[in-house]
Write a protein that binds this ligand. Structure first.
Ligand code: OAD
Length: 227
């Protein structure tokens, strides 16, 4: 089977009702990114940070995957599909994708403030101030904040290098190192991009499906199955 690697971002979950970050009305318009998504913000006011992610987690419990998530899961019948996602939701897994790599963490997990390897599955429940992990230290959201290392990038690079086909769905490609992953693809290989907006950066051999993910996915499937 040929290998298909797909990089996804907040736009793939937009039609499920989750806000993107940088679109108008996006999360970074409503919240101060450095307060809720950086270690400095956490040190300044952890309760605001806990509340932000507790709200996101609560919302996720009642959020369902959309056609784009299901379409990627269906593609496993035809390709060896790896999903590399910047999303912290679990909608790819809920839709049935079997190989999902989360670059920026997962909402349904918590970790120790002192050691990110001490991870606890918490499902959709809140993390409370004063709640501690195995090591007796405060639990925090299992999220990669700005300024923190992205350990999963090491696993993502070979998935891009080895891909026969690459697709990008619903990401503004603004955040590194995720945005740099395309540099590792086989030289000359095409990238299918699903996004309703113009692509603001230059990408060699890009094939833009200028649609929402929910309809764009069927175009992508059609194109890939013709290969
Ligand atoms: P952005 O909000 O930066 O970009 C979302 C992209 O999705 C934009 O290009 C939109 O045009 C597109 N989009 C909107 N609606 C769509 C739809 N229905 N179908 C397809 N595409 C749609 O989100 P990300 O690129 O995911 O990190 O942001 C990357 C990271 O920045 C996030 O993981 C998060 C954020 O800060 C952290 O919090 C650490």
């Amino acid at each position: 089977m040929k290998r298909l690697t797909v990089l996804t971002g907040a736009g793939i979950s937009a039609e499920s009702g989750l806000k993107t970050f940088r679109d108008s009305n996006g999360l970074w318009e409503e919240y101060d990114v450095m307060q809720v998504a950086s270690i400095e913000g956490w040190n300044r006011d952890p309760e605001i940070v806990l509340r932000f992610y507790n709200d996101r987690r609560k919302q996720l419990e009642f959020t369902e995957p959309n056609r784009a998530h299901f379409g990627l899961a269906e593609l496993e019948k035809h390709f060896e599909v790896s999903v590399i996602t910047q999303n912290v939701d679990n909608l790819h897994e809920k839709a049935g994708s079997s190989q999902v790599l989360h670059l920026h963490g997962e909402l349904t997990k918590a970790c120790s403030v002192e050691n990110k390897n001490i991870v606890k599955n918490i499902g959709y429940r809140e993390i409370l101030p004063g709640e501690t992990g195995e090591d007796g230290k405060q639990l925090r959201p299992y999220i990669v904040w700005f300024g923190e290392a992205v350990p999963a990038i090491g696993k993502a690079i070979p998935l891009v290098k080895e891909a026969d086909y690459l697709a990008v769905i619903g990401t503004s490609l603004n955040v590194y190192p995720a945005a740099g992953l395309l540099d590792y693809r086989k030289s000359g290989s095409a990238v299918y991009i699903i996004d309703p907006k113009e692509i603001s950066i230059h990408i060699e051999n890009a094939y833009h499906i200028k649609e929402n993910a929910g309809t764009g996915i069927d175009k992508l499937i059609e194109l890939l199955l013709k290969k």
